[in-house]
Design a binder for this molecule. Sequence first.
Ligand code: ZN
Ligand code: ZN
Ligand code: FE
Length: 766
Amino acid sequence: MTPSNTAKTIQINGIVQGVGFRPFVYQLAQEYGLAGRVANTASGVQIHAEGTAQQLDGFVADLQSRKPILAHIVAVDIQKAAPAGYRQFKITKSQGAETRATLISPDVCLCADCRAELFDPRNRRYGYPFINCTNCGPRYTIIDDIPYDRPKTSMRYFKMCDQCQAEYDDPDDRRFHAQPNACAECGPHVSLFDNRQTPLDCSDPFVRTAKLLKAGHIVAIKGLGGYHLAVDATNDAAVERLRKRKHREEKPLAVMSADLAIVDAYASVTSAEAELLTSIQRPIVLLEKKMPEKLAFSVSPRNRFYGVMLPYTPLHELLLAQGFTALVMTSGNLSEEPIAIDNDEAFQRLGQIADYFLTHDRQIYLRSDDSIVRLAAGQTRPIRRSRGFVPIPVFLKAAVPQILACGAELKNTICLTKERQAFVSQHIGDLENLATEDFFRLTIAHLERILDITPELIACDLHPDYLSTQWAQAQSGRPVFRVQHHHAHVAACMAEHQLDDPVIGLAFDGTGLGTDQTVWGGEVLIADFGGFRRAAHLKPVPMPGSTAAIKAPWRMAIACLSQAYGGSLWDLDLPVLKTVDPEQAQIVARMCTQGINAPLTSSLGRLFDAVAAILGLRSDVAFEGQAAMELEMIADPGETERYDFTWSDTDTRQIAAAPIIQGVVSDIQRGLPAFIISAKFHNTLIDGFAMLCQELRKQYRLNQVALSGGCFQNRLLLEGLRKILKSYDFEVYCHRHVPANDGGIALGQALIAAAAAQAQPTKVEI
Ligand code: ZN
Ligand code: ZN
Ligand code: FE
C-alpha cells in the first residue's frame, strides 16, 4: 500500500450494530485501497481511514449510499485526523462497552442471498425455514434484553453447530455476528399438528400444509411476530368459515402471494406500490382490485381494495412455493384480541378457529402484527405501524426528557422518548379487553428494558375512562400529564416533520374528549407543543345513544337531519327514513332534541357517517369508519361541484353542518346518484377547510398546515386538501412515519409532555 497523505475519523450513529456494518466498512475500505480500522463504540461505529483525499471522498459517499440494508444512519460526523501509518484495514475489538445507546433493528424480510440458498438443492440450508444472515431475519421479536447478542434472544436455546459457529466468527462471512444464525442441524424446526395438539406424521410439513389448505382447511401458522390464520383466498366457503369462527364479519382480510407477477393477476400494482410490496419491511399494501374480482368475494367484500403482502420469512416462501394464487393471512386472534404468539396459548385460543397448526420451536418474545400502508399523495402512509418498522425511532428536532406516553384507546400504541428519539411501539390494539390490556403493560415493560428508558414523566389522554389513562394514573411516584386528543394528533404530525413553531392543525377523526367535556373530532387548532387554541370546529350535533351512535350511522343521520330541518325532517323522502324502524327513529330524534344520552360532538367522522346513512349506503356498521370508507369509495373523481360551507363570525368559529346536509338532501330529491353526492361532499370539505385556512393565515400569520386524525386515511380528503392548500402556497405536512389515526397519538402526547416538563412556553396566543 502506498503511504497515505490524509486521514479521517468518521463516527456513525444509528442502527449500525448487528446489521453487518463493520464487514461492509471493511470491504469498502479494501475496494478504495484504504488503511485504518473500524470498531463498534457506545453510540455506533467509529472508523479511522487513511488514503488520498479522492479515495476518502469516494469511501465516505459510498458509506451512506451503499450501506447494508438493515443499517439506518442517523448522523455522520467526519473529522480530520493525523495519519497513524496503518498498513492495512482491520476490524478491531469494540471500544469500551457496547452500551444500550445503540439502536435495535426491526425484523426484516428474507434477503435475496438467503432466498437463493433456500431454493438451491446443493446448499446445506436448502428448504430450511429459518435461514437468515446479517442482512435479514428476526430481530425485534426475539430480543429479551440488550445488548443484542444471541444469549439475550430466543435463539439462546439453540447451540450453533460447528459450521454455523465458524460462519458467525468469520468477519468475511455474510453471517458474521448474525445472532439468529442457524441451520437444520442446530436451529429451530417446524411441525404440523391438528387442533387437538396431536402431531401429524409427514415427511414435508409444507407439502402437507399446502394440501390441507387446498382442501379448504384453516391452518394457524406461526410466523415472525405471531400466528396467522391461513386459508386459500380463492375458496369462498373456506374464507366465510374463517370469518364466522374468528367473529370478523366484514373487515377486509389480508392476503399473501408468492410474487409480484401473481399479485398483478388480481390487483393493480403501480411501480411505487411494487416498491413498497418488495421493500425490506414487507408491509401489507392496499391495492386496487382488478375487476371482476379474482379472489373469493368474502376476502374483501364491498371494498375496492385488497390488503396484499409478499412472503417475508423463509417459512412463508416455502409455503407459498406450493402454488397458491393467494392465501388469506390474517392475525391469529379472535376479533379485537391481540395476536397469539405462544404455542400452548395458540392451541388454546385458536383451537376453535383453526383445523391445523403449522408451528415451530423458536419463541416469539414480543408480538408484532403485520404493518399496513397505502400510497397517497405520492408517499407511503402508514395505517398500522408494526413489523418491519418498529423499533426504528422517529428522530426529533431537539432532545427531550425520558417520557412514556400511553396513547389513546383504539389502535393503541405507546411511545417512549430518549434524547432525540421517540420510539413508537408496534400496534397494540383496542384497549377494550383484558388480553389487550396485558399486551399494553407487557409492551411498556419490554420496551423500557430493551431501550433502557426510565420515564420520569407519563403522558396520557384527557379521557378519564380510557384504560390507558387509568393505567397512567395508577402509576405512583411520577407526574402524569394529560393531553387533549386532537392537540396530540397535531403534535404527532409536527414531531414527525421536526416542526416547533405554531401550525394550523386540522385534526379530523371520530372521537376525542375535548377540554369542554364534549366529543371533538372536526377541529382546527392553532397549536405548538406548548399549547393550542381552538380556532374553529364543526358545529356540535347530538350523538344519540353516545358510543352506540358509532356503530349505527343512521342515528347520526337523524341527529344531523333534526339539526338541519327540525321537526319537518319526517316529511323528507329519504332512503334512511325508510330503512330504519320509525318508532326507533322517533325515539332517537327525541333524544337529540331533549338532550337525553346524547352528548354533543363536533366530529367529522360522525358527519361522514351521517351523510353515508342519509344516502342509504349504510345504516349500521361492523367497525368504526366503515360507512365513511364506503362513502369515499363511491365518490366520482370527475365531479367539481360542492355544497355551502360557512362558519360563524365568532372568536372560535363554528362551521355549520346544516347547509351541507341540506345540499345532500336536495340532491337526493333531485335524483342525483350517490357517487356524485359523495364527491360533492368531499369537495365541500376540501374547498371549505382550505378557505378557512386562508382566513386563519391572515389572522395568525401562520403558513404551516398539519393534517392529522383518522379521517386522513381517506385518500380523497388527504390528496384533495393537500393539493389545494399547496396551490394557496401553504406548507402542508401529512403523516409519513406514524399513522394519521390514533396509532400516532402517543408520539404527540410525548412531545407535548416534553414541552411541559421543559417549561417551553407556547407561542400560541390562547
Ligand atoms: Zn439473508
Ligand atoms: Zn448449524
Ligand atoms: Fe383520534
